[in-house]
Design a protein around this ligand. Structure first.
Ligand SMILES: [Zn+2]
Length: 401
């Protein structure tokens, strides 16, 4: 990393952990707190790279597991990595596939395989399903969801693939645990994640020069489930390895209170001069709570998934969302949100979008994804504005801004 790259802290709210900053990468600067748009397979679903940039998105996150399955890290590496292959030339993150260790393994056995359901507030279902992952000290053997073949992911192999993908910020292989794992298992998985982190650091050093992006940064992932002492222990160990940034991964418990406590304890043990990313959290309320606890970046598939499922994000509605299929929108000629500057709101009415949803028109996906992604960008602009003015970004502060 060149000396000017890394994290700059621009300001803090007095009496709070909430802060504003910048993450400087070889492919551009990310203003924090920031929403990291999910591009699992190299694209934000239903959008082009040009769309994402024109909406004000500053950073995307891809998934090493999914990209390794199709089209393969070698194929992407041969085309200049993610920056060359996808048309998104701004900052990239790549997640490691650690979440898939969970979702295709214990998540399936515990019946919590869907992304959202390991997070607080989701109702657990009964144990069902067979694991598609064999986990050993060496790594994780996966059954491909594409063709049933087996893939082997070790910490070293994940780093090699991430070198070829060339993202600016890369995450090591980790093991997420389920809220149904007991303390003993969660502790063992956490300790394995620490050993894998050490191996990833060594592999990252050994592979310098491989792939299209010599300025990559490897961040550490904190695990430990919802157990406060384990989270503290994990944050201390991972912080001690000297990573330039950190991600908070895995189960954050079964309730909102659990989640907030876990984030608070974790952040407490992480160095204040390094950025902190929260993996896979994205409701408006959760983002605001996490910002106030000192988290800098967030990724979540929810805004794009919600758009496809008919939930449009708006500051005007309770819960920040409206169900566009609702009959009350059939004759509503207003835009999704008054004052939204997205291309959809500039040109189209709720009545039209309601019609597109009900008739299954393909343009529905693009138009509503444009709006929801722009909502997230506007949300983070308001968050940064509140912080710049020395205020904690509560729901009330954001609605009045
Ligand atoms: Zn809009």
């Amino acid at each position: 990393m060149r000396s000017e790259e890394g994290f700059r802290l621009l300001g803090r709210v007095p009496g709070s952990n909430a802060r504003r900053g910048e993450i400087v990468t070889p492919h551009g600067t990310i203003r924090t707190p920031a929403f990291v748009a999910v591009a699992t397979r190299g694209t934000v679903k239903a959008l082009s790279a040009h769309d994402a940039a024109s909406l004000g998105v500053e950073v995307l996150i891809g998934n090493t597991y999914h990209l390794a399955l199709r089209p393969g890290a070698e194929a992407i590496g041969a085309r200049g990595g993610l920056h060359g292959f996808t048309g998104w030339t701004g900052p990239w993150f790549t997640d490691s596939g650690g979440f898939q260790v969970f979702s295709l393994g214990a998540g399936k056995v515990h019946g919590v395989g869907k992304i959202a359901s390991i997070f607080p507030g989701e109702t657990p279902t009964k144990p069902v399903g067979e694991s598609l992952v064999e986990l050993t000290e060496e790594g994780a053997r996966f059954r491909s969801v594409v063709d049933g073949s087996w893939l082997f992911f070790s910490p070293e192999e994940v780093i090699r693939q991430e070198r070829l993908l060339g993202a600016d910020v890369v995450l090591p292989l980790d093991e997420c645990t389920s809220p149904f794992h007991d303390r003993t298992y969660t502790k063992a998985a956490m300790e394995r994640t620490h050993r894998w982190a050490e191996r990833a650091v060594t592999a990252f050093e050994r592979t310098r020069g491989l792939g299209p992006n010599p300025g990559q940064a490897l961040w550490g992932i904190v695990q430990g489930g919802a157990y406060e002492d384990l989270r503290r222990a994990s944050a201390k160990v991972i912080a001690g390895m000297g990573f330039p940034g950190f991600a908070i991964g895995g189960s954050l418990g079964r309730s909102n209170e659990d989640m907030l406590r876990v984030i608070e304890r974790t952040v407490d043990e992480l160095p204040a001069d390094r950025p902190r990313h929260l993996l896979g959290i994205g409701t408006v309320e959760d983002i605001l709570a996490a910002v106030n606890l000192g988290v800098d970046t967030f990724d979540c598939a929810a805004p794009t998934r919600l758009a496809r499922n008919g939930a449009l994000l708006t500051f005007e509605e309770a819960g920040f969302r409206m169900a566009i299929k609702n009959a009350r929108f059939r004759d509503d000629d207003r835009p999704v949100e008054e004052g939204c500057d997205c291309p959809t709101c500039a040109q189209h009415s709720r009545a039209f979008l309601c019609h597109l949803f009900r008739t299954g028109e393909l343009s529905y996906y693009r138009l509503t994804t444009l709006h929801n992604v722009r909502f997230m960008v506007r949300l983070m602009e308001r968050v940064r504005g509140a912080l710049a003015g020395g205020r904690s970004p509560s729901v009330d502060v954001l609605r009045e801004s």
